[in-house]
Design a protein around this ligand. Structure first.
Ligand code: DLL
Length: 438
């Protein structure tokens, strides 16, 4: 498939490193002179732009954390006067103040560029109709896809999330060829089609979908591709760095290409902060090399992944990140054992009798012992069976499978279709009631 900007996406790695180094030096200079926050942080670490002689020197720079952003809310991280900021987005923190992203005109141009690269990587052209069901508003999903699809010249339908029946009608009437939404909402759309008796293969013209903003497994990809009759691409990003458009899968689905000319990635050990290099799992860290309004140096994303540099068959030369494996802060510790929600999803979807709608409940039982419960919906005909044991037998089978892999015991509760709450955006998979008591 063609590449939107081959000059930068397929640049030789040597040339790319030179460009990154130049941009990194400029960034340090700019941050040290324009941001009181970085001025102080860099001075404390004894860093000036001259301290950066090679890309490895990035490890001398201090990290920036979500807490730093919270403390400087709302405008403390700006490196331009507020009058030069033309847009604000924010990520919905579950508690307290949100984390903001501030964009100058140049930042919006950059966002349009990386989102055009993203959507083009899925084969989208000016002939396509892009149905955008990411939420419009402070969330970056809606306007991020919007700006990129417009840059390509595609026809954008800014549907936003919700009113699913109406979304199906619009997709059919307008002949949408591209769907953009969270992976969990794509399944809500597919379910609604079944409930309305709409045969997606006959009535919709979808070819590709861009799904992101939350973790999803390969098994989930199979479910979505089959249910919506399209090719599903994973897209990654975060408000603090730019929104969606940090990395994208190409047609080979061999990890997500990071737009490294703008976002410099590192993998670190989340406990020690030591850089781990390529091919090793750890926490993803980004330095925004070209952001103008709110650049970030070594921002700790808390997302866990692995970076690879081997060549991709698509011709892009950029580093690829594996699908996000989870977050450093979403790991549950249940009776002393580490449990990742993505592990649970992978195993549940091995069972053809189960639907990809589930919730993980952690609570505290007798003697303060942790209890892990998995609620998962079964397929419709499971509940029509005349055999009363069928459900219990399946529950025990799933429990055994989970126990084998997680090493910790859990209780599985099979639920009727539609009984787990659906989400228009990011799905809420984990309910940790232990935290509620704190
Ligand atoms: O979720 C931006 C976005 C919008 C990405 C639309 C893709 C599509 P935030 O709300 O700030 O921004 O949340 C960022 O979501 O640190 C990850 O933990 C998670 N995340 C985003 N994309 C993926 C993905 C948007 N493809 C946080 N896979 C990030 C797994 C993802 N997790």
């Amino acid at each position: 498939m063609p590449i939107w900007n081959p000059e930068f996406e397929s640049m030789s790695r040597d040339e790319l490193s030179k460009l990154q180094l130049e941009r990194l030096k400029t960034l340090v200079e700019h941050a040290a002179s324009m941001s009181p926050f970085y001025k102080e942080k860099l001075a404390q670490a004894g860093i000036t732009a001259n301290s950066i002689q090679s890309l490895e020197d990035i490890a001398k720079l201090p990290f920036t954390t979500k807490e730093d952003l919270r403390h400087s809310y709302p405008w403390g991280m700006l490196t331009v006067p507020l009058k030069d900021v033309v847009r604000i987005h924010a990520s919905s923190g579950t508690t307290g103040k949100p984390t903001i992203g501030a964009y100058t005109r140049a930042d919006l141009d950059l966002w349009a560029e990386v989102m055009a690269r993203t959507i083009y990587a899925g084969g989208v052209t000016e002939d396509d109709i892009v149905h955008n069901s990411y939420g419009y508003g402070l969330f970056t999903g809606g306007l991020g896809f919007h700006i990129g699809a417009e840059k390509i010249g595609a026809t954008v339908v800014p549907a936003s999330a919700g009113l699913t029946r109406r979304q199906l009608m619009l997709m059919e009437d307008f002949g949408a060829t591209v769907l953009c939404c969270t992976p969990s909402y794509s399944l809500v759309i597919a379910e609604e089609a079944v409930a309305e008796g709409i045969n997606i293969k006959d009535r919709l013209s979808l070819q590709v979908g861009f799904f992101g903003a939350e973790p999803w497994t390969e098994k989930m990809r199979e479910e979505i591709e089959a249910a919506l009759n399209l090719k599903a691409f994973d897209i990654y990003g975060l408000t603090e760095i730019i929104g969606p458009g940090v990395s994208i899968e190409c047609e080979h689905h061999a990890g997500l290409h990071i737009f490294e000319d703008h976002f410099y990635p590192e993998i670190i050990d989340p406990s020690s902060g030591e850089p781990l290099g390529y091919d090793v799992e750890g926490e993803l860290v980004f330095t925004t090399l070209t952001r103008e309004g709110m650049p970030l140096i070594r921002y700790r994303t808390r997302d866990r992944t692995v970076l690879h540099t081997d060549k991709c068959a698509c011709g892009r030369t950029t580093v690829r990140m594996e699908k996000v494996l989870g977050r450093t802060d979403d790991m549950l510790i249940v009776r002393g054992v580490n449990v990742f929600p993505s592990q649970i999803e992978r195993m549940l979807l091995e069972f053809s009798e189960l639907e990809p709608h589930y919730q993980i409940i952690v609570d505290r039982g007798k003697h303060e012992l942790d209890i892990l419960e998995i609620w998962v919906e079964g397929v419709d005909n499971l509940f029509m069976s005349v055999d009363p044991q069928r459900i219990q037998t399946l529950e025990r089978k799933v429990e055994d499978r989970l126990h084998e892999a997680l090493v910790v015991h859990c209780t599985v509760k099979l639920m009727k279709p539609q009984s787990i709450e659906r989400s228009l955006g990011k799905a809420k998979r984990v309910i940790d009631r232990r935290q509620l008591d704190k």
